[in-house]
Write a protein that binds this ligand. Sequence first.
Ligand code: ACO
Length: 317
Amino acid sequence: MTGLKIIATGGALPSRVVTNDDLSKIVDTSDEWIYPRTGIHSRYFCGENESTTDLAIKAASQALERANIDKEQIGCVVVATLSAEFACPSTACLIQEALGLPTDIAALDINAACTGFIYGTEVARGFLSANGKKYALVIGVEKLSKILDMTDRTTCVLFGDGAGAAVYEADDTMYYSIQGACGAKDILVPGINEADGKSYVSMNGKNVFKFAVSAIPRVINGIFEKSEKTMDDVDWVVCHQANSRIIDHVVKKYKAPTEKFYKNMDRFGNTSAASVPLALNELCESGKVKSGDSVMLVGFGGGLTEAGVLLSYAPKA
Ligand code: ACO
């Protein structure tokens, strides 16, 4: 076994929609400032009784239901998150228990910020290679609202909560992946709010932008080099949904059709590890992706981290 293919996806969103106009009542901001710079109109925030675990279980169970497989054949559960409900037990173990998945497989959380789901895909491929099982369940989930400083307009308008999941099947038809990481604490890190002393997301927006527009082509070109393919061979590209302008920049660079690069940050904001699987799930639900289409997933984010994978979409008939 050398690779994976996508056989099903799932998603879950909290109940509360927060628009740019809603945020303008809390901080000095406006839809007129946020939308043109980010492509974000609204995002979802968890209510008091909604947890990262709840969202992850919902997304995972939808993906499993759609996969229509014997869950005894699941070979690992990998959850990418930086906002787990508990450090221990992991979200993955809680999903394993809630969904009655096999107990003789690995279940673990990983943290690679917004790149997490794609790192998680490669981790899952490793487990299936090692244990010879057929299917992997990978989830990206975040409740970023609990680590946002709602007095900092430079960050609180960008992020949202949600979960996305995929069921992969071991497959050796097409799978190319690439990963990268470097420590850069001054660009994107938890910051401290002086008023309450708590840690929150903080970033240097301009440097994140510069990193993103260099990381995405680095990942895409790395995959093209390995696979000897070009943008014409790729049917769909699902990038981390940080900012519409970052994706526009990449579309222009590759002279690609805009519709090849899926976007949904207008309604979800940046959901970090959940962003790629949530976008993938929406794309699959739209019916635009056909069985056998090639899909490239591209992530970049805190760490700094970056990764990509090119694989097929092949839902079970
Ligand atoms: N509403 C109104 N004004 C704002 C807001 C806001 N939400 N945020 C910042 N401003 C103000 C600033 O205070 C500043 O005012 P000043 O000139 O009076 O000092 C002005 O707007 C310009 O601020 P900048 O930070 O220079 O704004 P910039 O043009 O760089 O845009 C943005 C900010 C949109 C974040 C941009 O830097 C960007 O797109 N960066 C990419 C970062 C990103 O998308 N991060 C996502 C998370 S990281 C990840 O997922 C990997």
